[in-house]
Design a protein around this ligand. Structure first.
Ligand code: S3P
Length: 174
């Protein structure tokens, strides 16, 4: 068995799709953001405010290193949007499972994030369109580098995204 690992920008639906897929496949769901919050005993926004971004990134690296040791266990893993940025994390992602990049363009993400910025310190301040543009421009090639599969989200109904993920799941776990 191999875990299926979802990566992509904030607002691409990694947690929602990941949870739906794990329900369909009857396997555990791991969300890196939720796991970090549980372990730290505080919300991500508070980790950033109290300890800084670097501390949060170190928690992400420690967690993906841990998950990479469980590479034979069945699971769906949803990763925080910035996790693939560090090179060491991209290597660990490859080890942790089969990575699917949920890919979306800036306008799509803007619509998804417009009313959902407060809990996300990377985009909570400043012009949202500009923040998405600069972060996605810097990250796009890193997501592609980490990905084994790329799933385009634009104009695709949610059921189709889930069935495509199920197909990938069966491909890697049959
Ligand atoms: C971040 C994405 C967030 C969370 C943190 C940083 C990022 O996760 O890990 O706020 O740098 O893109 P989601 O992608 O689940 O929103």
């Amino acid at each position: 068995m191999r875990p299926l690992v979802l990566i992509g920008f904030m607002g691409s639906g990694k947690s929602t799709y990941g949870r739906a897929l794990s329900g369909k496949c009857g396997c555990p769901f791991i969300d890196t953001d939720d796991t970090i919050e549980e372990r730290a005993g505080k919300r991500i926004a508070d980790i950033f405010a109290d300890e800084g971004e670097e501390a949060f990134r170190n928690m992400e690296s420690a967690l993906i290193r841990e998950l990479a040791e469980k590479q034979d266990e069945e699971a769906v893993i949803s990763c925080g949007g910035g996790l693939p940025v560090r090179e060491e994390n991209r290597k660990l992602l490859k080890k942790a499972g089969v990575c699917v990049y949920l890919r979306a363009g800036e306008e799509f993400l803007l619509r998804r994030l417009e009313n959902d910025r407060d809990e996300r310190p990377m985009i909570s301040a400043g012009d949202l369109k500009e923040r998405i543009h600069s972060l996605l421009s810097a990250r796009e090639e890193l997501y592609l580098e980490a990905a084994d599969f790329v799933l385009e989200l634009e104009d695709i109904p949610e059921e189709k995204v889930i069935s495509s993920l199920e197909r990938i799941w069966r491909e890697i776990n049959s």
